[in-house]
Design a protein around this ligand. Sequence first.
Ligand code: COA
Length: 150
Amino acid sequence: MTSTTIAELPWWDLAEVADHDEAIFGPTAWTLGYYWSVKAQNGTVMLAARTASVGDLAGWIVMSGAGAEADVMTIATTEAARGKGIGRDLLQAGIDWAKDRGCEVVHLEVDERNAAALGMYASFGFEEWGRRPDYYPGAAGILMRLRVGD
Ligand SMILES: CC(C)(COP(=O)(O)OP(=O)(O)OC[C@H]1O[C@@H](n2cnc3c(N)ncnc32)[C@H](O)[C@@H]1OP(=O)(O)O)[C@@H](O)C(=O)NCCC(=O)NCCS
């Protein structure tokens, strides 16, 4: 049984997250400086998943919220941690954060080729409402949203 905890990402872990981010997202990765600037913004939260079995950091999610609208700014699990339900736990924690601050809709954008993420979002009930052609290198961005308000 893997025990995973999800808690706010402290600033001293940002460099580790940025290193993983670069390995996962390549040219579209967030830099460490960008992580810092997002962390300093009002209305954002960074949550990290930690699990003993894969060597501590297992994944993270960054959310922003303003008024009724929230965004999943980024979400990832480390390669060693995939397929264990951690992405699902992180997304649920991000949605719960948005609901707690009174948001009614959660938005996100995903590369049309990203089958794993599309599968996860669809299973939460996210629906496509638009596309941005060539938003990613050689691929469209799919705009999705989920109503979370009562
Ligand atoms: C997308 C991502 C966060 C999923 O994390 P994960 O920890 O592997 O996901 P989980 O184990 O919690 O699985 C959640 C759901 O995702 C979907 N999923 C996960 N891996 C999948 C795959 N290889 N193919 C299709 N669907 C997949 C399934 O719907 C799964 O639910 P199920 O297990 O009940 O079928 C992970 O693949 C990742 O970090 N990818 C690289 C970064 C990225 O693409 N982030 C999203 C940017 S928009």
